[in-house]
Design a protein around this ligand. Structure first.
Ligand code: PLP
Length: 396
């Protein structure tokens, strides 16, 4: 029995089978590469699903430094890293506001739902949040209620009340759906899980106008597309930088793999959630915030958003240049790229894995590439070569 088989055996026996996992056991990583328990090397273009923005083994010094000083105190007290991280996030958004910290994307969105409900209830008994068909907002009960995909809801009914799904990139449909109980609109500027579907600039601008007209909060779920991935700090800034949201949720890449989630809300909505209205024991620990600050420092110092733009454009042009008959469309922004195939993505992803390239499926037919933001052109060339071969074998 191999070491991988032994470890998979532990999962079969002791870990709840909530995930459909690939039969790979990883033991070590460095930069954009990971190694399995038998020592086979993989180029990691899945990036832990848009989390490992600096690649692997990149957080050790920030973690060790803060771990030697202060790990956790609770939110009954103040700590400097949380204050500094909030300041940095407000600066990155560029609009006056404040932040709240939690531990994951679903939890960040949960804070948005509560912000919207409190705002809505206080402004005329409104509670409904419009979200989009094919959206994804997380796996908590409110998360699956907000998510516009039936498969995540099945078996968990009844859903949390107050979410309605409307067609993405269809402003007329959204305008028609707004009712007297609507308090907010929550949208992913680039839908990730459903296969990398960017919102149109005019759509985001139209949502802003609609929210202004109807006094609704415009909330962006930047959990997957944020933190520099699209070439700007926020995904919406790559699409329509003139659009000013009222609130934003982040998680995934914020601390490069250390768990953290956060929301930002614009003044005056930043003060809607008052003492006693929301909390998280682990939210914004000095450890998580210090690591996030170090990640954001590195992104800025090493100009990784510029790299995401440049290498992302190069990557996209190389993929478009493949002209394989099994490629239907290449789409995305920066280093958030989806290739829609005319065949099921599953087989291609398995072939890529065999050849030592990790990618992520989205929907049935999309292969997603979410590499670290410091990925190089040489690594992209290597990935494109493996992708070309996998498509060639699929077509054959
Ligand atoms: N929102 C979006 C857009 C996501 O892509 C995800 C996860 O894929 C989530 C929310 C949920 O984040 P988490 O898994 O950290 O709860």
């Amino acid at each position: 029995m191999t070491r991988s088989q032994e470890i998979i055996g532990l999962f079969d026996k002791y870990v709840m089978p909530t995930y459909g996992r690939y039969p790979l056991v990883f033991v070590r990583g460095e930069g954009a590469r990971v190694w399995d328990a038998e020592g086979k090397e993989y180029l990691d273009f899945g990036g832990g699903i848009a989390v490992n923005v600096l690649g692997h083994a990149a957080l050790a010094s920030a973690l060790a430094q803060q771990a030697n000083v202060l790990v956790h105190t609770s939110n009954l007290y103040y700590t400097e890293p949380q204050g500094l991280l909030a300041k940095r996030l407000v600066e990155m958004v560029g609009i006056p506001g404040k932040c709240f910290f939690c531990n994951s994307g679903a939890e960040a969105n949960e804070a948005l739902y509560k912000l919207a409900r409190k705002f809505g209830n206080e402004s005329g008994g409104r509670y409904e949040i419009l979200t989009f068909i094919e959206s994804f907002h997380g796996r908590t009960l409110a998360g699956i209620s907000a998510t516009g995909q039936e498969n995540v809801k099945k078996g968990f009914e009844p859903m949390v009340d107050g979410f309605r799904h409307v067609p993405f990139n269809d402003l007329d449909a959204v305008a028609k759906a707004v009712g007297p109980k609507t308090a907010a609109i929550l949208v992913e500027p680039i839908q990730g899980e459903s296969g990398i579907q960017p919102a149109k600039a005019e759509f985001l601008r139209g949502l802003r106008r609609l929210c202004d007209d109807k006094r609704l909060l415009l909330m962006f779920d930047e959990v997957q597309c944020g933190i520099g991935r699209t070439g700007e700090f926020c995904g919406f800034q790559s699409i329509a930088p003139d659009v000013q949201p009222d609130a934003i949720a982040w998680a995934k890449g914020l601390a490069g793999g250390f768990p953290i989630g956060a929301i930002w809300a614009r003044t005056p909505y930043a003060d809607v959630l008052q003492p006693g209205s929301h909390a998280s024991t682990f939210g914004g620990t000095p450890l998580a915030c210090a690591v996030a600050l170090a990640v954001l420092d590195t992104i800025q110092q090493k100009k990784l958003m510029q790299n995401a733009r440049d290498v992302g454009n190069y990557f996209m042009s190389q993929l478009r240049g493949l002209k394989a008959p099994t490629i239907k469309e290449v789409r995305g922004l920066g280093l958030m790229i989806g290739v829609e195939l005319t065949v099921e993505a599953k087989g291609v992803i398995a072939r890529l894995m065999e050849s030592g390239l990790l990618t992520i499926p989205a929907g049935a037919t999309v292969v997603r590439f979410l590499p670290p933001l410091n990925i190089t052109r040489a690594e992209v060339d290597e990935a494109v070569h493996k992708f070309r071969e996998a498509l060639r074998q699929t077509a054959a």
